[in-house]
Design a protein around this ligand. Structure first.
Ligand code: B12
Ligand code: SF4
Ligand code: SF4
Length: 352
């Protein structure tokens, strides 16, 4: 019965727009607790204090919800239609990472997970071989203390590449992950094999050398962390490495050879909005609070707020080597936000 239910669940997940589904057990990857602890002990999480908090749950899904018997992991593709690194050749434009060029995936994936979870509970019905109690589910995407990548790998969706992200030969690496924890006992999958081989493309391209070892990341050096999560001023030595990346970074993902076979994005809400594909730095620098909120309504970028976003824009202006852009940064040198004002002054000094 549980095999049949799982097969039907896979079909239902496909109908929802997920490209892959796999099942694992909450205790399938005991080593993650130790690896997470080592990551935090080294300080690699930087000022993402929420990673150090609730480590007992993040490192051990069985502790997060002791009644859960299976974890259903899902992958949803957001593969870009064009080369996402092309914008890096245009220093007067800002590079926004692929995942943030349109609607916030958290909302989209969570709704899908909830619908799929409700379907699962109904389809399981009162079968006591699957669960003694009425079956229950909890859904997670990104923000909960759940280590989605190693769980997805354990569920056979792919492997964690040298860039640490989950990829597979069928999907490539442009996928979001989501999880459904359930009290249902579903047949687990076997982990996929690692197919990175001797490739080091992702490690070699990283502009900030953020990988201390293959498969390990020091977030403090990652441009994604520096432009999205990090609140204070970016270390001056790292600012030139940001180039024109103003929100996130895709370099290590974009060079992965397995993307040749990447599954296409199903949801048009991930397709890049024209105005976010290669926005002019000068126009972004002039955004006030209202303009910022209007431009990024429904986008994940809204979460970091105008000041942090314009801080990134100023670093990009400073890196542009384009003196014409100095005029755009000048008014920001007096901004009441000290981190933004510092970034604008740095840009002006660099442009001479
Ligand atoms: C914190 C976080 C970040 C941080 C830190 C990233 C990181 N690699 O840890 C920052 C802000 C830098 C970040 C950036 C990005 N993120 Co992020 N992030 C997360 C989050 C919330 C937690 C990740 C985590 O647990 N990190 C802690 C470390 C310890 O875990 P880990 O990377 O799996 O570490 C493994 C290795 O270190 C290894 N290891 C350690 N020691 C050793 C020793 C040996 C011998 C071996 C073999 C292995 C090993 O084991 C660890 C456990 O598996 C997840 C969502 C979630 N809840 O899981 C999204 C998530 C990982 N992010 C995601 C995305 C899309 C991104 C970006 C692409 C966004 C962008 N374009 O800017 C970048 C990619 C950067 C990169 N190369 O990783 C997706 C990835 C999807 C996928 N296909 O894997 C996730 C899953 C969100 C989602 N729901 O889709 N992210
Ligand atoms: S996202 Fe960019 S900065 Fe971060 S590890 Fe990948 S290439 Fe390096
Ligand atoms: S670029 Fe190469 S090393 Fe990096 S994840 Fe892809 S296959 Fe693995």
């Amino acid at each position: 019965m549980s095999e049949a239910l799982k097969a039907a669940l896979i079909d239902q997940a496909r109908a929802e727009g997920f490209a892959a589904l796999g099942v694992t057990r909450p205790d399938a990857v005991p080593e993650i607790a130790e690896r997470l602890a080592a990551f935090v002990a080294e300080g690699r999480h930087g000022d993402m204090g929420w990673m150090a908090e609730r480590m007992t749950w993040r490192g051990n899904p069985a502790a997060l919800w002791p009644e859960a018997r299976s974890i259903v992991m899902l992958a949803e593709p957001y593969t870009p239609e064009a080369d996402p690194l092309a914008v890096l050749e245009h220093p007067d434009r800002g590079a926004i990472s692929v995942y943030a060029r349109n609607r916030d995936y958290h909302d989209i994936v969570k709704k899908r997970l909830k619908r799929l979870g409700r379907w699962l509970i109904e389809a399981a019905g009162p079968d006591t071989t699957l669960s003694a109690e009425p079956p229950r589910i909890k859904v997670f995407v990104d923000t909960a203390p759940v280590m989605e990548k190693p769980l997805a790998a354990a569920a056979g969706l792919g492997w964690q590449g040298k860039h640490t992200n989950l990829l597979s030969r069928e999907l490539g690496n442009w996928v979001f992950l989501g999880a459904i924890f359930t009290t249902l006992d579903l047949p687990p999958d076997t982990p996929a094999e690692d197919h990175c081989g001797s490739c080091t493309a992702c490690l070699d391209i990283c502009p900030t050398r953020a990988f201390p070892a293959p498969g390990q990341l020091d977030a403090r050096r990652c441009i994604s962390y520096l432009t999205i999560e990090h609140k204070g001023p970016v270390d001056e030595a790292l600012r030139p490495c940001l180039g024109n990346r103003i929100y996130g970074c895709d370099d290590c993902l974009a060079v992965c050879p397995w993307n040749k076979f990447a599954a296409a994005a199903h949801d048009a809400r991930y397709a890049a909005r024209d105005e976010l594909t290669a926005p002019r730095l000068a126009e972004l620098a002039s955004l006030d609070d209202t303009g910022f909120r209007a431009l990024f309504s429904g986008s994940p970028i809204k979460r970091i707020g105008r000041a942090r976003f314009l801080r990134n824009v100023c670093y990009a202006i400073g890196n542009s080597a384009d003196p014409a852009l100095a005029e755009a940064a000048r008014p920001l040198a007096n901004d009441p936000d000290p981190v933004l004002a510092d970034a604008a002054r740095w840009a002006l000094a660099r442009l001479g």
